[in-house]
Design a protein around this ligand. Structure first.
Ligand code: HAS
Ligand code: CU
Length: 541
């Protein structure tokens, strides 16, 4: 196996193992929600397992998969990744960091949930470990941007491939976003958890966290969009409907992803309504590239369906290759994301946010977005990538074909009921077998039982995915590693595309920085000048 392929496979191993452990944690939570009597039910166990699930799924599985995909894109683009040895060093650093954080969580030293809001306090190993993952990811970003520049230099005025363009945009977005969490870790959480300072300012911490936390969701989404735009049209037997629209989409995400964080802090004091409104407008704007994606990707799928002989208004949908797990993952992820994205627009409106904030609605929203649009796409992409990169034929193909459908069914049961229960007031992140005697507990119970059933189906789906991956990587028949094949555009200008304004990511990064300064400079200044009391740390579980 070529050296770079080993690097990619190493990242995939960590991603798959993290996913497997996180899925078993979710099973425990599902059973707890169904109110079944199991011996390990306790608040301490519940908060540990929710933290492990969130951190391993949302931060470890995603980041390692995204790095693997990025290296695959760069390798395809330029024949090899930039600086493979450096890539290995970053991999070791990120794995070490992840291990430190997971150790702290599994030993009950970091039950602070994946958002690690102070004044909940974790062991320093948790914060330092996650910081190491972020630092390592900066190395990956440098490698991606260098690969993108190399491709542009080689091609003269031709742009880099769409996948490379998108990956570089995502790396720039991530560099900008992580300034927030790195400052929170270095100036607040790490010194505080080490006991060097006694108190912490939760509002400042939350603000820095969400400076990072919202673009984080696009850091998850953009790699899924790479698969949707650059891979699936071809896998489905068609072409990409519009390449320029696709390039514009990724540039728009780079511009608009960060200055929106206050839509997670509508209910926080200390930030004035005017600044929240500014972030609301930006949030509405950032939905636009996803609406463009819905248009372009569905149009590309229609092209595929018609080329496969589909007729009539909807006949092309049936003609799509629903038994190809890479394609069906994306189709089903897209269907779930239609609901999740619609819910996101509800979250983004201040008044409606005050109905759903901190309820089960929010957890349901993000299981349709990061848990479906991103995670299900990543699984579908693994069925395509792993055999090509590892040089081993896919094992247990039947399980791979069933797995996306189980995920879809499980997520639908879990999330649709969760949205309704949220509207009925069911809080998120609350452990209580009878919800402390809340009057609505009886009404919630029916819904949470269906939701728990969804959790069981999801667990089966996750198990299938892990079995297929481990089976393939360890026991798949040896074949030669094969190249990835990107989709052709439906209409390519003769002589190929020329770079346009949307390819100038450096320019869009500057625009993004200006927007971030506009959106954050004054409110951060205000927060820093509020009277500060600070809070000591709490470790209730
Ligand atoms: Fe969100 C909370 C607003 C998108 C993730 N979000 C969260 C949290 C997470 C998360 C993790 O404004 C919880 C954080 C926490 O723990 O507290 N979100 C939005 C908006 C969007 C959005 C406006 N979110 C995402 C994505 C995520 C994600 C993407 C992860 C990947 N979200 C919010 C707000 C909150 C929030 C508030 C705070 C709530 C609170 O009070 O705490 C938009 O970007 C959504 C735009 C998307 C669309 C959908 C387009 C549809 C497409 C599908 C095409 C179909 C296909 C299939 C391809 C408008 C692209 C075709 C199939 C065939 C068969 C033909
Ligand atoms: Cu957000």
């Amino acid at each position: 196996m070529p050296r770079t392929n080993r690097l990619i496979v190493a990242h995939l191993w960590v991603a798959i193992l993290a996913f497997g452990v996180a899925a078993s944690m979710a099973l425990m939570q599902a059973i707890a929600r169904a109110n079944l009597e199991v011996p390990y039910q306790s608040a301490r166990m519940y908060y540990m397992s929710v933290t492990a699930h969130g951190v391993l799924m949302a931060l470890v599985f995603t980041t390692f998969f995204i790095m693997a995909l990025g290296y695959s894109v760069a390798q395809k683009e330029n024949g090899d990744v930039k600086w493979p040895r450096f890539g290995w060093a970053m991999f070791v650093l990120a794995s070490l960091g992840a291990l430190m954080a997971v150790w702290a969580i599994l030993t009950f030293r970091a039950s602070v949930l994946y958002t690690f809001y102070p004044p909940l306090q974790a062991h320093p190993a948790f914060y330092i470990g996650l910081t190491l993952v972020v630092v390592a990811s900066w190395g990956w970003c440098a490698s991606m941007i260098a690969s993108w520049r190399e491709s542009r230099k080689r091609n003269g005025d031709r742009p880099a491939s769409l996948a490379m363009h998108a990956t570089a945009a995502n790396a720039m977005l991530w560099l900008l976003a992580t300034i927030g969490v790195a400052s929170e870790m270095l100036f607040q959480l790490i010194p505080w958890s080490l006991g060097w300072v006694k108190t912490v300012d939760p509002l400042l911490a939350r603000t820095l966290f969400w400076f990072f936390g919202h673009p984080l969701v696009y850091f998850w989404l953009l790699p899924a969009y790479v698969i949707w735009y650059a891979l699936v049209p071809r896998e489905a037997g068609g072409k990409l409907f519009s390449e320029p629209l696709a390039r514009a989409t990724f540039a728009l995400f780079l511009i608009l992803s960060t200055p929106v964080g206050f839509h997670h802090q509508y209910q926080d004091p200390g930030i004035s309504a005017g600044w929240k409104l500014f972030h609301t407008f930006n949030t509405m704007a950032i939905s636009f590239p996803s609406l463009m994606t819905a248009f372009t990707v569905v149009a590309s799928l229609e092209v595929a369906g018609r080329l496969r002989g589909g007729r009539g208004l909807f006949g092309w949908i049936r003609a799509l290759p629903w038994s190809n797990p890479t394609v069906s993952s994306v189709l089903l992820a897209g269907l779930l994301f239609m609901v999740g994205g619609f819910g996101g627009s509800i979250n983004a409106a201040y008044t409606m946010n005050s109905v759903v904030h901190n309820t089960a609605w929010v957890a349901s929203h993000f299981h349709l977005t990061v848990g479906s649009a991103a995670a299900l796409t990543f699984m579908g992409a693994c069925y395509y990538l792993v055999p090509r990169i590892s040089g081993r034929a896919l094992e247990l193909g039947l399980l791979a074909r069933v797995q996306p459908y189980l995920w879809f069914l499980g997520m639908a049961l879990f999330s649709f009921t969760g949205h309704i229960a949220g509207l009925m007031g069911l809080p998120r992140r609350v452990f209580a077998t009878d919800y402390a005697g809340a009057a609505q507990a009886q009404a919630w119970h029916g819904l949470t039982s269906i939701s728990a059933l969804g959790g069981l189906v999801l667990f089966a789906s996750a198990g299938f995915f892990v079995l297929v991956m481990v089976g393939t990587l360890l026991a798949g028949k040896k074949t030669a590693p094969a190249p990835i094949e990107w989709a052709e555009p439906l209409e390519a200008p003769p002589g190929g595309f020329r770079s346009t304004i949307w390819d100038r990511l450096g320019l869009w990064l500057i625009v993004a920085v200006v927007l971030v300064i506009l959106a954050y400079a004054v409110p951060l200044w205000d927060i820093l000048h509020l009277p500060r009391y600070g809070s000591p740390g709490f470790k209730p579980f």
